[in-house]
Design a protein around this ligand. Structure first.
Ligand code: IMP
Length: 406
């Protein structure tokens, strides 16, 4: 029995989908615990690419897909994604569960989020979480309530329920999937099943541990897996962190801090070779060198015990590669990720430079990678003080090199 969590260590888009797909073949339940369809998880199976925004990336295996209470759910998007998967031969209708307490993204929330000033994805995420915490939101449970007329409290949420009654009734086909997820998962764990929690976004975008306000509206760190599903921390075995071999960040105006950002031809190389365009928004992602300060922050905040480094192949062909080991601010060394976006913006990256390598594509064993690429991975491992357990060198399911047992 294993109960593991996968989280992003940077600013999202690290390739969590690929790792979750990899791990899901030995998993009974794959669980999303936060965020909504702002995520964009790419899974490539036999050369065919699928981008999932809401449904767990483990869907391609025969396991049960679960949406925890910490998720915000756009019912229209859920339907579209389920239909798209069905067309690809993946039928989730009998293996999909939604927490009764998962909040709904209503059509009005999507409209509201278009006015968002910090460059959100425009998917209604912040308004839905705002309503949740203001206690005026609707939950998956209300799909049942509205049909069974169980809305007797005279609260603002009820007003919304009446206003969106037809919308809820339209999705009553989901009733059989709406369950007590905490009970289901705890019973599964107690009976020896394998459970995998799939984080969306990343620690750098966490509402509490990222650079507020350039963050998403949920806890994307590992702790969110517990609050977002009703599974206690004593049940968790391992936390895997996913990072790229470099770094990317995306938002509307490029306003958020990215200390190691490269606006030169090396940054362009990363953008082009890494196909760094938002899976949800299509926006080009800013690219830069690997940032150890952020990685260590993510490791500490999420208790990460093993790191998966993705897209090593994107650095192929560069003359030299750099790692940002720490920052400098007003002549002083900075090793801890600043809480404040304004402070972060003033920090200057300090790099160690290494010789680059030609080609990692097609390589199946770590020892067969060019020596320089091996040294690069080992150097990062040494700096972050957590083992790198896998590197990936291509987008296909098979393009990964295991360094250690999971
Ligand atoms: P929101 O989650 O739509 O509120 O967007 C808040 C911030 O998080 C914006 O800067 C988005 O670009 C970023 N963001 C949200 N989801 C993702 C993701 O899956 N990958 C990368 N960035 C994301």
């Amino acid at each position: 029995m294993t109960v593991n969590i996968v989280v992003g260590m940077q600013y999202g888009d690290e390739g969590k989908g690929k790792l979750v797909d990899f791990l899901a073949k030995d998993t009974d339940y794959v669980v999303r615990f936060q965020g909504g369809n702002n995520a964009g998880h790419t899974v490539v199976v036999n050369g065919e690419k699928t981008i999932l925004h809401l449904i767990p990336s483990g869907a391609f295996h025969d396991n049960i897909c679960v949406m925890g209470n910490g998720v915000v759910l756009d019912l229209e998007e859920l339907k579209k994604e389920m239909d798209m998967l069905k067309e690809k031969g993946v039928d989730l209708s009998d293996r999909f569960l939604i927490s009764e307490n998962a909040h709904l993204i209503l059509p009005a929330d999507v409209e509201d989020s278009k006015a968002d000033k910090i460059g959100g994805t425009g998917k209604g995420i912040a308004p839905a979480y705002t309503n949740k915490f203001a206690k005026i939101g609707l939950r998956a449970r209300d799909i049942i309530n509205v049909e069974e007329d169980l809305h007797e409290f005279d609260l603002k949420a009820r007003e919304n329920l009446v206003k969106f009654k037809d919308f809820l009734v339209e999705h009553s086909y989901l009733k059989k999937s709406i369950v007590n997820v905490s009970k289901v998962l705890n019973e599964a764990i107690d009976s020896g099943k394998n459970v995998l929690f799939e984080g969306a976004q990343a620690v750098g975008l966490d509402i509490d541990h990222g650079h507020y306000p350039f963050v998403t509206s949920s806890n994307a760190s590992a702790g969110g897996a517990c609050t977002g599903t009703g599974v206690g921390p004593t049940k968790i075995d391992k936390v895997f962190g996913v990072c790229k071999a470099y770094i990317t960040r995306v938002d509307r105006d490029g306003e958020s801090p990215l200390t190691t950002q490269l606006d030169d031809k090396v940054g362009k190389h990363m953008q082009v070779e890494g196909n760094e365009y938002g899976a949800t928004t299509g926006r080009p992602r800013r690219c830069g060198w690997f940032d150890v300060v952020l990685a260590k922050h993510a490791i500490r905040v999420s208790g990460i015990s093993g790191v998966v480094m993705t897209k090593l192949d994107v650095l192929d062909g560069l003359k030299e590669v750099k790692i940002c080991t720490h920052y400098e601010l007003n002549g002083s060394r900075v090793d801890d990720y600043p809480a404040d976006a304004i402070v972060q913006r003033k920090c200057k990256p300090v790099y160690e430079t290494f010789k680059g390598w030609e080609n990692t594509k097609g390589v199946k064993a770590f020892e067969e990678l060019p020596l320089e690429a091996q040294n690069y991975v080992r150097k990062i491992e040494e700096l972050i003080c957590v083992p790198v357990i896998m590197v990936t060198n291509g987008s296909d399911r098979e393009e990964c090199i295991k360094l250690k047992e999971f």
